[in-house]
Ligand binder design. Structure first.
Ligand SMILES: Cc1cc2nc3c(=O)[nH]c(=O)nc-3n(C[C@H](O)[C@H](O)[C@H](O)COP(=O)(O)OP(=O)(O)OC[C@H]3O[C@@H](n4cnc5c(N)ncnc54)[C@H](O)[C@@H]3O)c2cc1C
Length: 481
């Protein structure tokens, strides 16, 4: 593949000069002209601010984020990704890879960057014998679960099938089989990675092992074009929810928290306070209602699930839909909204969860300051999610007892800023129990990487000096402090 002539003409320039692409002159070449050259080479397309589909092209799944890049590249091939990186390196601009845009809130300013959308690269190839899935950069967990389930296999997906495999694994990957099999990042066997300048390398335990290490929960370096993840045998899976009215939240949360230390790795569960909107699309039983739910995935028989959940069933749930399920049902278990929306979701890791923490959490959720928080959950950690389960990953585990997440949508009555303030109040109520380590996938504001991966940050810096010394590829949570 030959380079655009215009892009070849120049190299170094300050990134700050790119704010107005039509006027930026690099040895006589405008960025607009270079992007025109790129457009002519792509299998996909370039969308620019004047194009009619500009707003659709730049929209993230998180609709509250107003992404304003120099241009959007809709990649259709690995070569498109390499071409974009080659142009960016030569024009002195950055490239922000994005599959779904679930993580867009933590990316920051893109005014000197091309937004590289990979959604069209959504292929999934399952090798049922080797128990692997090889996926394009734009594949979602829903794509993987659907392809793996007919083989009795599952990947380490999180709560939502709409989340991208790549972004999820780069940030860690906390999912329904996590306490048994660990973080999604730890299932990454190899990756094809396009580097600034356009070269593509393979990163695995035996090739570019430093880059492979960085991709496993450390955000990585370069642009992943393809990922191979391990799949897991799930011969029996029992999952579902126990529902009580919201008034029972204190009792249910305390019973759940007391049960946690005794639970084996086969069960991963969450305890969630949910407020459902009063809309026709919902069944009458939950429409406009408020509930406390315990949701669980048990890698085992209904008999095992019955035994583990018995202390909670003794509290007499109003609804109970725990039953044997196919592995691809995990993508819907949490009932996360299937469509893009605007709102704020933030999470923290708690060192411990005791009665006082639960009381403080519920008092905050009951206050007017949190009236727009529609989901507030604790997720059980430990088991294979604990640090030390592996040592060849930038994120070796999550150091805490539970994760706490609060979600507030933006609505006509609640601005994004108000939603953020409500989420802050909810999480602040857990202040005394919040640990030192935070978890990248649940932190939506750009955050110091040191708080996310601890001492691994120094080794990550070294890896990035090797593979992306100029910081061409934009990452969530940006440069370290
Ligand atoms: C509804 C919902 C449910 C969620 N549930 C969970 C959960 O259960 N467990 C959990 O751990 N997290 C969960 N998350 C958080 C989610 O894992 C992160 O937001 C993650 O970053 C999303 O990845 P993505 O690829 O979908 O998003 P994107 O926004 O497309 O990507 C996020 C980031 O990943 C990097 N990236 C993406 N593609 C590439 C690439 N090809 N090459 C290099 N870097 C790339 C970039 O830095 C990008 O900014 C959830 C988020 C939402 C909105």
């Amino acid at each position: 593949m030959s380079l655009p002539t215009a892009a070849l003409e120049t190299a170094s320039t300050a990134r700050s000069t790119v704010s107005n692409p039509s006027r930026t002159t690099l040895s006589g070449v405008t960025l607009d002209a270079a992007v025109d050259d790129l457009a002519a080479l792509l299998d996909g397309a370039v969308i620019r601010p004047a194009d009619p589909d500009w707003d659709a092209a730049r929209a993230a799944w998180q609709l509250g984020v107003d992404q304003r890049p120099v241009a959007v590249v809709l990649a259709r091939s690995e070569a498109d990704i390499a071409r974009t990186l080659r142009l960016a390196a030569r024009m002195g601009i950055r490239v922000a890879p994005q599959g779904t845009g679930h993580g867009a809130a933590a990316v920051g300013d893109l005014s000197d960057a091309i937004l590289l959308r990979t959604a069209a690269l959504s292929y999934v190839v399952v090798d049922a014998v080797q128990r692997t899935a090889t996926v394009g950069a734009g594949a979602t967990w829903g794509d993987v679960l659907a392809a793996a389930a007919p083989h009795g296999l599952s990947g380490l997906s999180g709560s939502s099938g709409t989340v991208g495999v790549v972004g999820y694994c780069l940030g860690g990957g906390l999912g329904w089989l996590g306490r048994l099999h660990g973080l999604g990042a730890h299932s990454v066997l190899s990756a094809r990675v396009a580097l600034p300048g356009g070269a593509v390398v393979v990163a695995s335990a035996s090739e570019h092992a430093d880059l492979w290490w960085a991709l496993r929960g450390g955000g990585g370096a370069g642009v992943v074009t393809e990922l191979t993840v391990r799949l897991y045998d799930v011969p029996r899976l029992t999952a579902g929810s126990l529902w009580w009215p919201r008034e029972r939240a204190d009792e249910v949360l305390k019973a759940w928290s007391r049960l946690l230390p005794s639970l084996p790795r086969e069960i991963t569960s969450t305890a969630r306070v949910l407020r459902f909107p009063d809309i026709d699309a919902l069944p009458p039983a939950i429409r406009g209602g408020e509930f406390i739910l315990v949701q669980a995935a048990v890698a085992g028989s209904p008999w095992l699930a019955d035994r583990l959940l018995a202390p909670l069933r003794a509290l007499g749930p109003a609804m109970d839909d725990v039953a044997p399920v196919s592995p691809d049902a995990l993508g819907q278990l949490a009932m996360d909204p299937p469509d893009p929306s605007a709102g704020v979701a933030e999470g923290v890791i708690l060192s411990s969860l005791d009665d006082a923490a639960i009381e403080s959490w519920l008092a905050a959720l009951d206050s007017d300051d949190c009236s727009g928080v529609v989901a507030a959950e604790f997720r059980h950690l430990g088991g294979a999610l604990a640090p030390g389960s592996v040592d060849d990953a930038a994120l070796t585990g999550i150091d805490g007892a539970v994760a706490a997440v609060a979600v507030a949508p933006a609505t006509p009555e609640t601005s994004l800023a108000t939603a953020a303030a409500m989420v802050d109040v909810a999480l602040a109520s857990l202040g005394p129990w919040i640990g030192d380590q935070q978890y990248a996938n649940f932190v939506e504001r750009p955050t110091s990487e040191r708080a996310l991966v601890g001492v691994a940050v120094d080794r990550l810096d070294t890896v990035r000096m090797t593979y992306d010394p100029d910081g061409t590829v934009v990452r969530r949570h940006g440069p370290t402090d």
